[in-house]
Design a protein around this ligand. Structure first.
Ligand SMILES: [Zn+2]
Length: 178
């Protein structure tokens, strides 16, 4: 197989394209990993830049994975969903029926989310953005959603979100982080 080469954006020398897992910290979350995506890797300046396909579907899939996760939402996950929905803190707090300062304490991790607010954030997201609901259905995760909402584990165990890109869009895998 012919090795693909690209020009490094940082230093302009020839760079290689390799396939590897990418820790997608650009999402604002610390537990999202993309499986086997192309990364432009420069031997000269050591820079690595991922080539992330289908960005819109990626962000949508992360949102759906958060809605689907079996444990309580962490603050940065609530923030991700709020931003995905394009809402500011004040408007989102109002939709949830909580104080804006309460929401910001939750998002900053200074306060755990309540069980009611956790469920409400998820259902609100699905109502707010029907494409999330469609994606949930397409991935076959819709049928038992109400059951899973009832069974959210209040003990937040860290979940590792592993996303895999396919021709039909991203899929996700929820793994309890070791
Ligand atoms: Zn370089």
């Amino acid at each position: 197989m012919k090795e693909q080469r690209r020009v490094c954006r940082e230093c302009g020398s020839n760079a290689k394209i390799v396939r590897k897992d990418h820790h997608f910290t650009e999402s604002g979350l610390n537990n999202v990993f993309l499986k086997g995506i192309e990364v432009v890797k420069c031997a000269k300046c050591k820079s690595e830049s991922p080539r992330i396909p289908n960005h819109d579907d990626l962000m949508r899939t992360i949102a759906v994975a958060l809605i689907d996760k079996p444990s309580e939402l962490a603050g940065d996950e609530v923030r991700f969903l709020r931003k995905y929905l394009g809402e500011g803190g004040a408007a989102f707090a109002q939709m949830l029926g909580i104080d804006r300062s309460h929401l910001s304490r939750v998002e900053n991790g200074a306060m755990a989310i309540s069980r009611q607010t956790d469920r409400l954030v998820r259902t609100l997201a699905l109502v707010h953005e029907p494409s999330l609901l469609e994606k949930l259905k397409r991935l076959g995760r819709y049928e038992d959603m109400l059951q899973r909402l009832s069974a959210i584990d209040p003990n937040t165990s860290p979940i590792r979100f592993q996303l895999d890109h396919a021709a039909s869009g991203y899929t996700y895998d929820l793994k309890t982080a070791a």
